[in-house]
Each structure stands twice: as C-alpha cells, then as structure tokens.
Design a protein around this ligand. Structure first.
Ligand SMILES: Cc1cc2nc3c(=O)[nH]c(=O)nc-3n(C[C@H](O)[C@H](O)[C@H](O)COP(=O)(O)O)c2cc1C
Length: 142
C-alpha cells in the first residue's frame, strides 16, 4: 500500500484500506510512495497505489519516480487498486487516481474499481474505504 499525501487525506484512506485488508486476513505494509523501489512490488500479491490530485489533474510529484519505473515491472497475476483524495472544486476530479489505475492495468494487474474519496473521508467514506479493503482482500482469498 503506497501513497502520496500532503495534508494526510490520502494517507488516511491508505490506513482505512489497510484496516479492511487486515479484516480480510491480508497483512499489509503501508509506505510513502517515494520511499519504495518499483522492483520491490514483485514480492507482493496486492499493489495499491494512492495519490492526491494536483494542479489541473496532475499526479503528486512524489509518485513520479515509481510511476515511470513501473514501466519495467510486470504486475500480471497481482490484484491492484488505485485510490486517492480528490476535490470536486477542481477539474479534472481525481485524475491522479485514473492515471494510477491506467498504469496498474497497463502492467497487467487485475484492478478493482478505483477509489476516489471527496477530500477528507467522513464517516460514510471511511466505511467505504474499509469495505473496499475488505473486498480487495476477499478477492485475493478467492
Ligand atoms: C493547487 C491545488 C490543485 C488541486 N487540483 C486538483 C485537481 O485537479 N483535481 C482534484 O480532484 N483535486 C485537486 N486538488 C485537491 C486535492 O487533491 C485535495 O485537497 C486532497 O484532499 C489532498 O490530499 P492529501 O491530503 O492526501 O494531500 C487540488 C488542490 C490544490 C491545493
């Protein structure tokens, strides 16, 4: 579970997803995306990538190194999920999540529905994040 987050909203989503994965019996490591080498991802069954969206639909700068390095990593046979905090006051809404989703697909991961959460996750969104983690963990077990 890798994330980029400035004001901690995407980090909180990552933690909630990890809670759901844990409930499904999946041990999860949550790390800042800039601190991870893309080649390390080969050692995991599930790859979840999160980013806030920045200036007119851009991916967080902290994601860029891993995002480009993924072009050399085969993720086939793995489950994937893209997620992030987004704000409908900006356009395009959550475009960074779409970029991560496209990347995971292009590298062969079997991806779940991308998880876009409006700004700070309130109670309903929190439950949606935990549920998404549970569902992802359940798919691995299936
Ligand atoms: C200058 C600026 C540009 C932004 N651009 C977008 C955008 O294009 N699309 C979007 O959905 N959200 C956009 N946002 C909203 C952020 O993604 C949102 O504040 C998010 O909660 C930040 O996540 P974080 O707490 O994980 O850092 C922008 C925010 C700022 C301050």
């Amino acid at each position: 579970m890798l994330f980029a987050s400035i004001t901690c909203n995407t980090e909180e989503i990552a933690d909630l997803l990890a809670t759901g994965l844990g409930e499904a019996g999946v041990t999860t490591e949550v790390k800042q995306i800039f601190a991870v080498d893309a080649a390390e991802l080969s050692g995991y069954d599930i790859v979840a990538l999160g980013s806030y969206t920045w200036m007119e639909g851009e991916l967080a700068d902290e994601c860029l190194a891993l995002y480009h390095a993924l072009d050399t990593v085969d993720l086939s046979g793995k489950l994937g999920l893209a997620f992030g905090s987004c704000d409908a006051a900006y356009s395009p809404y959550g475009a960074a999540v779409d970029l991560l989703d496209d990347k995971l697909r292009s590298r062969g991961a079997l991806v779940a529905e991308p998880l876009k959460v409006p700004v700070w996750p309130g109670p309903d969104a929190k439950e949606r994040c935990v549920q998404a983690g549970r569902a992802l963990g359940g798919r691995r077990a299936a």
